[in-house]
Design a protein around this ligand. Structure first.
Ligand code: GLN
Length: 343
């Protein structure tokens, strides 16, 4: 304040105003300060540590065997700072979270209209592997984040054979995560042996002209993509890549075109948590994607990506602890993009 002594009263007022404004700016920037982020992660971790509601998925036998006590939280800022709490080493299968990244791959390959025309971008309001939803509009008016749309999306990836298509998908996921991921073979085998329903879905999508005659190959590649092993940190970096306009903030590589990202996030917002997507958006405002392996990723655009792994699921197939922890952390850090202060 010494600086202002000797100036006219007006200047002092102006100075105070500037300090006030600066303070305001600092306070809102402080929402994402190191300390606030660490505190928010710690609080959510502690609060839900003892929560054991829900069950592992068991319609894929190998998922029932996964240690249901795994609980890890990772937040990665759009600037690439990584914050962790709990178990960030244990890997689970990525499952439906993979659908987001195959979607990104196809958007880069064909432009964004192909998906809109093929299986649409509307929420079905039905469970993720609904057959009724396919029947309702003959495989249209769906989206790439439910099984029917996701298998059709995998079927759109160009390549002369299985290996070439798989290679492209694996590379895309590796670049999103910033490291070489591996398929959890036991999960793949277990799901491949029990995926009659997904084969039926693919067959129906073929019958309605949304996927070519290689629909069983697409189903198998889809099953493989769902079996990719990820830890909470991998998922956090993948989410942060979406928060940072498709550029991995840790490796600094542009993984998918920045233009795709608002559209990917829009489908995540409406359909990422399946038939519970509306409730989730209402609570958090965040585009997110869950998988029956127990992971959920959520994106606060331009701010951060967050991931939680905890295998116990609710009836809609979404991790119970992950939903609660992400909602708390994002709300504590001002992550909801719909929430602004009036001017
Ligand atoms: N691979 C799983 C399936 O097709 C993925 C489902 C999910 O994560 N919701 O059933």
């Amino acid at each position: 304040m010494k600086y202002f002594i000797g100036f006219r009263k007006g200047s002092v007022m102006l100075g105070l105003l500037l300090i006030g404004l600066l303070n305001g700016a600092l306070t809102s920037a402080a929402d994402l300060s190191d300390n606030n982020i660490k505190q928010a992660l710690r609080d959510a971790y502690q609060k839900y540590r003892g929560l054991d509601e829900g069950e592992n998925a068991d319609y894929i036998p190998a998922l029932a065997e996964v240690d249901s006590s795994i609980y890890g939280i990772v937040l990665v800022t759009a600037g690439g700072k990584v914050y962790t709490e709990g178990d960030v080493k244990s890997e689970v299968s990525i499952q439906s979270i993979s659908k987001v990244f195959t979607m990104a791959l196809v958007m880069d390959q064909d432009g964004t209209q192909e998906l809109v025309q093929n299986m649409g971008v509307d929420a079905t309001g039905q469970v993720f592997n609904s057959i009724v939803a396919i029947e309702q509009y003959q495989g249209a008016e769906m989206n790439p984040l439910v099984n029917a749309g996701a298998i059709a999306t995998t079927g759109l990836v160009d390549g002369k054979d299985y290996d070439e298509i798989w290679g492209k998908i694996a590379r895309e996921y590796n670049e999103f995560a910033g490291r070489e991921l591996e398929v959890l073979e036991d999960v793949y085998q277990s799901e491949a042996a029990t995926n009659q329903r997904n084969r039926a879905i693919a067959s129906l999508m073929h019958a309605y002209g949304h996927i070519d005659e290689n629909f069983l190959r697409a189903t198998d590649i889809y099953t493989r993509q769902c079996s990719v092993g990820v830890n909470a940190k991998d998922l956090g970096v993948m989410a942060a890549t979406l928060a940072n306009a498709g550029k991995n903030p840790v490796t600094n590589k542009q993984v998918t075109s920045a233009e795709n990202v608002p559209e990917i996030l829009a489908v995540m917002a409406t359909a990422g948590l399946y038939d519970d997507a509306g409730k989730w958006l209402y609570k958090t405002g965040l585009p997110a994607k869950s998988g029956v392996g127990g992971g959920i990723i959520a994106v606060s655009p331009g701010k951060f990506g967050i991931a939680v792994i905890s295998p116990r699921l609710d009836a809609a197939g979404n991790s119970v602890r992950a939903q609660k922890a992400i909602a708390d952390i994002s709300n504590a850090l001002g992550g909801n993009p719909y929430e602004v202060t009036p001017r």
